[in-house]
Structure formats: structure tokens, C-alpha cells
Design a protein around this ligand. Sequence first.
Ligand code: RB5
Length: 142
Amino acid sequence: MPRIVLSSDHAAIDLRQAIAAHLKTQGHEVTDIGPTTSESTHYPIHGKAAAEQVAVGKADLGIILCGTGQGIMMAANKVPGIRCGVCSDTFCARMIREHNNANMLAIGARVVGEGLAFDIVDAFLNAEFEGGRHATRVDMIE
Ligand code: RB5
């Protein structure tokens, strides 16, 4: 089972905590690095914090959320070694792992509901990188 780090900004606290509970019921090792209050904050802080845990190997995968998922995804992708995609559907959630070897997933809490978010997370975690020609392309990104 991969070790998963979670973070969000203020716009996604409820969905982040629901995803953490969902993952724990599946037996995943989850580190939720917050924040825990709904006070307005800045998504780059939280995207970077989760991305650094993945980049140094404290976590295998990261799931990060903000209102759209876009801003926190952009922040995470600034950390070397991070490949994060924002997903609002299960197809892309699967493909970013199978083809892009994504190590982080971003979700917009103002975009998808809880049930779809759970399915997106499950699709991401259940997929595996296919390697081969895709590894060549991922190496080109790095
Ligand atoms: C916060 O209002 C909002 O801008 C943020 O959660 C996110 O959607 C940015 O990309």
C-alpha cells in the first residue's frame, strides 16, 4: 500500500477530510497535513508542503485539493520530481498514472462532489504506470 500525503487550502477542508477517512477505511497509510481550520490561507503553501513530502520520499503519493484543484496543482509541479495532474473524471485519474507516472493528484472541491472525488481517488490509486514508451516521455519531462 502506498503512503499517501494529503493537503488542501481552506476551500477544500471538508472534502480533504472525507477523502482521508475514505482512504483509511481502505487500509491506506494517510498523513493529512492540513490545514484544519477554514480560515483563509494560500494554496501554494499547502501544495508545496505536500509535494516536498513526496519528493523526499516521506510519502509515495500525494492528493491535494483547492477550490478548482488548478492552483495547488501548479504549486506542486514547481517541486522537482513532482508530476501532478488535476482531475475531474476517473479516466484522466487512471491515465495520469498509467501514462504520465503522476505521483500527485489534484482535485477541485468546488468542481466535483464527494462521491465522484472518491471514485477519482480510487481510479488514481488503483492504476499502475505502464512504463515502456511512456517512460521515455516521462524521462523527457524530468
Ligand atoms: C480560493 O478562493 C481559490 O482561489 C483556490 O481554492 C483555488 O481554486 C485556486 O486555484
